[in-house]
Design a protein around this ligand. Structure first.
Ligand code: ZN
Ligand code: ZN
Length: 144
């Protein structure tokens, strides 16, 4: 998901309606590296334009996911689904203390970067998450 216009075009190609609310959801997601939950997108949207519903957010996210413009990211131990506008294969770091998710972007020319086949499986998707404590949360934690 590179910019709002790219998403608008794709929606129109598929004959999905473009509303000001949907456009605003796109702009919240473009270049967003925070992996927001639907509720967080809704809170931000509501601050920009009152009179929106959470259903609109879910509905827009579902279409974006269906069109392959965002990825849904699940974290073990965290019930909420997080949304990622970066659909290039990449791994995540997850802080079990403050729940932030950070992208790990590796060199694409590294041959191990994205296996197409493993033990006879044809790989179509990869989500690797490392769990730990972020630098901020390590401060004051003596157990580490
Ligand atoms: Zn943390
Ligand atoms: Zn990510």
């Amino acid at each position: 998901m590179k910019n709002v216009e790219e998403v608008v075009e794709k929606f129109q190609e598929q004959r999905y309606k473009i509303t000001p609310q949907r456009r605003e959801v796109f702009s919240i997601l473009v270049n967003n590296e925070n992996h927001p939950k639907a509720e967080e997108i809704y809170t931000e949207l509501e601050a920009r334009m009152p009179d929106v519903s959470l259903a609109t957010v879910y509905n827009t996210l579902n279409i974006l996911e269906e069109l392959g413009m965002i990825d849904a990211v699940s974290i073990v131990g965290d019930d909420a689904v997080h949304y990622d506008p970066n659909t290039e294969p990449h791994d995540h770091l997850y802080c079990i203390c403050c729940h932030r998710i950070v992208d790990i972007i590796r060199d694409r020319h590294d041959s191990n970067f994205y296996e197409k086949e493993l033990l006879g499986f044809r790989i179509i998707k990869r989500h690797i998450t490392y769990y730990g404590y972020c630098p901020d949360c390590q401060e004051g934690l003596e157990i580490i």
